[in-house]
Ligand binder design. Sequence first.
Ligand code: ZN
Length: 255
Amino acid sequence: MSEQEREPTARQEAAPLLPMPEDWSRALAVVAHPDDLEYGCSAAVAAWTDAGREVVYVLATRGEAGIDGLAPEVCGPLREREQRASAEAVGVRRVEFLDHRDGVVEYGVGLRRDIAAAVRRHRPELVLTLNHRDTWGGGPWNTPDHVAVGRAVLDAAADAGNRWIFPELAEQGLEPWDGVRWVAVAASPRPTHAVDARPGLERAVRSLLEHRTYIEALTDEDPEAYCRDFLAGGAGGAAARFGGVPAVTFELFPR
Ligand SMILES: [Zn+2]
């Protein structure tokens, strides 16, 4: 086990979470699947778009392998529609898909290039992704797509600024962008920063609820109660480390 993948120490678990940086205007969120941002951090996104910041979503797949009873060719377009509606619910109007294959996303040069191209297109100061670590914090094992995409996002934030890595991107008119100042990883088992979840929480519930087909296949609970319990429970769990304020947490990697 590498140093990096060790479980957080008791001291790290108890350390106060710092407020997320506020001095930025454009964020790009890159995740593996429809619903990753809605389970991960959309209450924070709602607060940011309220403040006039631009947030763009890029998804590596259309989540076409996510529902047992639906064939991928039916599921993909349906989940794309649900994702666009869930983005709209928190003020995000641009959603793009990289068309990697759901469930078997491969970490590698191709994925890094696609994400670096997205960073160059949108020129964000803040890049968001979902937990790239092996577990969700000592408990359930993470999925390979989240690990592959999260790691590739951390790498591509730097690749995007280097003229000589992926020179074909500049030939396509995508000039280097070295302006990414932070990569923030949502739902990490090692959070360092947080955003007050309260102003955006109701819209985050609406946003997660837009993934209705997925959620109805996942649980017999009332979908709205399920979404509210999940998001309010997660935010409440972080409050002890954020001055008693329910929070969306991030592990922040400055560049
Ligand atoms: Zn996912």
